[in-house]
Design a protein around this ligand. Structure first.
Ligand SMILES: [Zn+2]
Length: 115
């Protein structure tokens, strides 16, 4: 996938992540005066540890969603984003736009759901 497209998905994923982690992250940002506007750096180790604590306060569904978002963000940094985890084919862009943190193409997803 092209870098600029990947960056768009990265922004989307970060937005979803922010929504999930929600108020707690916001409170943290507000208390840190140096982070004003723009996207805070979420990749440092302290943030990761902190996020793990926040995750404990989320519901199961949100936790699962957040896990997928984190996985997708990791794949973006490895430049393997948009590749199906099961068959390693490219996931159609339309599907990624609908569910940016999906791990599978439609066929593999259906297979997983059918068991
Ligand atoms: Zn697949």
């Amino acid at each position: 996938m092209e870098k600029d497209k990947m960056e768009k998905f990265e922004q989307k994923l970060t937005a979803i992540r922010d929504r999930l982690v929600g108020g707690v992250e916001k409170a943290r940002r507000d208390s840190k005066d140096e982070v004003k506007g723009g996207v805070p750096d979420i990749s440092d180790e302290a943030s990761r540890t902190y996020t793990r604590q926040v995750i404990l306060n989320l519901g199961e569904k949100e936790r699962e969603e957040l896990k997928l978002v984190e996985l997708a963000l990791a794949k973006i940094s490895e430049e393997t984003y948009g590749i199906c985890d099961a068959c390693e084919e490219k996931i159609p862009k339309g599907r990624l736009e609908a569910v940016p943190y999906t791990r599978y193409c439609v066929a593999c997803q259906n297979q997983k759901e059918e068991g």
